[in-house]
Design a protein around this ligand. Structure first.
Ligand code: WAQ
Ligand code: MG
Length: 261
């Protein structure tokens, strides 16, 4: 953006989340969530769009919908580059997983840790809300967040139309890729980050990805159709500062910018 003089001093973090009552009453089951970081004059429209999306996604199943809006000083926002993207197609899940492991090793994850990441997601009996943090060398899980996992928040693309045309150039669109690219680009900017592994918990969505500090590599199929379990693993440097990492993931506002050569 060149029109610096017209940039507003504040953006608004809009986060929306739908929950249903869990079986034991107090454990609210997460149904759908989304977030944006936008200027004041877009707030009403964006709240309405996100709300519509939550309503469609939850189809009357939600028991509670939370909308949280926080004012963010633009000076505190980090502008981070969007990862480069490529895509690989396979015939079987096992082939895609082997390729994911090869890429993770190329990104600096040990073979043991890469295998462990795949196994951890594969063996989940229910999807988590966040991801697991693994030592990239030993493969040991280092976060203490249990079945909730660590979550990234306060992130969006810097320029909506530039971001959407960047995705469209690769024949891609839709909320899933948009959100995953933004999340992976923010995660990759974390100090002790090495790589990420992910596939969706949406039973219809079988494409997943591995990411490094430079690349977002889509892989398909990372699971079988109708499987409603997905997950995320963040591989970090040995002796990573876990508190700083989680603080950055949760609280650091980030806008992801498409860089043109
Ligand atoms: N922070 C950390 N982990 C999260 C977050 C978050 N904000 N949101 C979801 N997760 C974790 C959680 O364990 C979910 O079960 C899992 O990730 C999958 O989430 O290029 O849609 O939202 O075509 O189902 C990847 C491919 C799509 C996109 C990923 O993930 C493409 C996707 P979902
Ligand atoms: Mg999601």
């Amino acid at each position: 953006m060149n029109e610096n003089k017209s940039l507003p001093h504040y953006l608004f973090s809009i986060r929306m989340r739908a929950a249903a009552n869990g079986n034991n009453g107090n454990d609210r089951q997460h149904l759908s969530g989304c977030e944006r970081l936008v200027p004041y004059d877009q707030m009403a429209t964006v709240v309405q769009n996100l709300f519509q999306r939550i309503l469609i996604h939850t189809q009357g199943e939600a028991d509670a919908i939370n909308i949280q809006i926080d004012k963010i000083d633009r000076a505190t926002i980090h502008l981070v580059p969007a990862l480069k993207m490529d895509s690989l197609e396979f015939t079987t899940v096992d082939q895609a997983h082997s390729s994911a492991i090869a890429s993770l090793v190329e990104f600096g994850v040990s073979k043991i840790a890469a295998h462990k990441g795949i196994e951890l997601i594969k063996n989940l009996s229910a999807s988590m809300r966040g991801g697991m943090v693994l030592d990239a060398i030993t493969g040991k899980r280092i976060d203490n967040s249990g079945i909730r996992g660590v979550r990234l928040s306060h992130m969006d693309c810097e320029n909506e139309s530039a971001f959407l045309s960047f995705l469209a150039e690769s024949g891609l669109g839709g909320e899933k890729v948009r959100e995953a690219m933004i999340l992976a680009s923010k995660a990759a900017f974390t100090r002790d980050y090495v790589a990420e592994l992910c596939w969706s918990d949406d039973p219809h969505y079988i494409t997943g990805y591995v990411a490094s500090k430079k690349i977002y590599r889509r892989l398909s199929p990372m699971k079988l159709k109708d499987d409603d379990i997905g997950g995320r693993v963040f591989f970090v440097k040995p002796n990573a500062g876990l508190d700083d990492l989680i603080d950055f993931f949760e609280h650091q506002p980030v806008l992801v910018k498409v860089l043109r050569k």
